[in-house]
Design a protein around this ligand. Structure first.
Ligand code: NAD
Ligand code: UDP
Length: 320
């Protein structure tokens, strides 16, 4: 039996693209997901591939697999602020118990373990751009802490297993990823702006819109995770675009790409919303030979076309 790659949270946004890419490269893939924020529909197109198996499993419970596993990607966790604020305890448990179970499985199989961590471990950063050796500025009792602290704990646990048990691990700190299969209602900025623009509704910019993000197209995010998996780097390593823009500029760009006349309205900014986010990606460039390749406008165009397709509309380029 060929060794298998396990993707926890594989029926989510990034996970579904990762499963697809692994299958395209000829790997056997098991996707384990409890569908808390993802759905079987995200991987339905993969089900007729012989080397893909979808398992409904909650990673906060121990998971057993019959097949030999040589690589575990641990993505199982709510990721959108709207989702993790709705599922606060589940999110902390996915980061703690879920990570423990995924690590245990990797250890039992002698597999490499890749943790999908996040730029949120830097909190509202006081250093700019964020390098991996920055310890972060996180409010441990604020609403976002259920996600930030879960991921900080997950990183700590991953390093503890590495140091104490010699577990083969790699930690990726993913910065905002976007692309097809984002849910229009998941509350994250890009799917929200695209949905609003396509519906002719006002685009809801939080605060004055001067806060920044550096958004990375999902194919590039997945390529970064794969490059980390295939290296012996422990990390943590930032995986994200270093092209930074304000949320207001992003709203304007979405309006442009969708040819929308929607107005921009300003709404309350969420508590503890980070003001700046831009990764230093020197480590990923030099150690993994990775860098983002898809330009923002092109990535947004592909994402808008996906949202249009989901509504039965032709791509922007074929619009009459
Ligand atoms: P997502 O919500 O689309 O996917 C997460 C998946 O995990 C879902 O399919 C969900 O059902 C599953 N899941 C949640 N709890 C689970 C549990 N206990 N057991 C089994 N499955 C469970 O989110 P995403 O954007 O695809 O994020 C994937 C991973 O990448 C997450 O760990 C997230 O923290 C990390 N990440 C994502 C981003 C981003 O911009 N998308 C940025 C930083 C980090
Ligand atoms: N945001 C916004 N309007 C929205 C949703 C989000 O202006 O409808 C802002 C949000 O306040 C934050 C940025 O966009 O400053 C990114 O938010 P998102 O929830 O996508 O991800 P985060 O990086 O905060 O986890």
């Amino acid at each position: 039996m060929a060794p298998t790659t396990l993707v926890t949270g594989g029926a989510g946004f990034i996970g579904s693209h990762l499963c697809e890419r692994l299958l395209d490269e000829g790997m056997d893939v098991v996707c384990a997901d409890n569908f808390a924020t993802g759905s079987a529909a995200n991987v339905a197109h993969l089900l007729d591939r012989g080397n893909f198996r979808l398992v409904e499993a909650d990673l906060t419970e121990p998971v057993d697999l019959d097949e030999p596993v040589d690589l575990v990607f641990h993505l199982a966790s709510a990721a959108s602020p709207r989702d993790y604020l709705r599922l606060p305890v589940e999110t902390l448990e996915a980061g703690s118990l879920g990570t423990r179970n995924a690590l245990r499985l990797a250890e039992e199989h002698g597999a490499r373990f890749v943790l999908a961590s996040t730029s949120e471990v830097y909190g509202d950063p006081l250093e700019y751009p964020q390098r991996e050796n920055y310890w972060g500025n996180v409010n441990p009792v604020g609403p976002r802490s259920v996600y930030d602290e879960a991921k900080r704990y997950a990183e700590s646990l991953t390093m503890a297993c590495h140091r104490a048990h010699g577990t083969n691990v790699g930690i990726a700190r993913i910065f905002n990823s976007y692309g097809p299969r984002l849910r229009p209602g998941d509350g994250r900025v890009i799917p929200t702006f695209i949905r609003q623009a396509l519906d002719g509704e006002p685009l809801t910019v939080a605060g004055d819109g001067r806060q920044t993000r550096s958004v990375c197209y999902v194919d590039d995010t997945v390529a970064g995770l794969l490059a980390l998996a295939r290296s012996d780097l422990t990390g943590p390593v930032n995986i994200g675009s270093d092209e930074e823009l304000s949320v207001l500029a992003l709203a304007e760009l979405v309006k442009e790409v969708t040819c929308s006349n929607s107005p921009i309205v300003f709404v309350d900014r969420p508590e503890d919303d980070p003001r700046f986010r831009r990764p230093d990606i020197t480590l990923a460039r030099t150690s993994l030979g990775w860098r983002p390749r898809v330009l923002l406008e092109e990535g947004l165009r592909r994402t808008v076309d996906y949202f249009r397709r989901e509504r039965g509309l032709p791509p922007m380029s074929e619009r009459v």
